[in-house]
Design a protein. Structure first.
Length: 73
């Protein structure tokens, strides 16, 4: 029984690791803002944290999050 649970946990962890790798490996300047927008959308960043940014990137991040939250409904 413990082996089955371990295997399930390992597969879930490995799958999440692949997800993180695809999302963040080789992030360059042209994709940096998109990564920050995804972190905000996923609730890893707060309004307070993105308030430090200038208006243009902050508005882009909010539009990105709004678009995808409306898209998933």
């Amino acid at each position: 029984m413990w082996h089955k649970r371990f295997t399930q946990l390992f597969r879930a962890t490995d799958k999440f690791n692949d997800h993180v790798a695809r999302r963040y490996d080789d992030v360059t300047g042209s994709h940096y803002l998109d990564c920050v927008a995804v972190l905000y959308f996923d609730k890893w960043l707060t309004d307070e944290e993105i308030a430090r940014l200038s208006d243009e990137p902050r508005e882009y991040i909010k539009r990105f999050a709004s678009f995808y939250s409306n898209d998933s409904n």
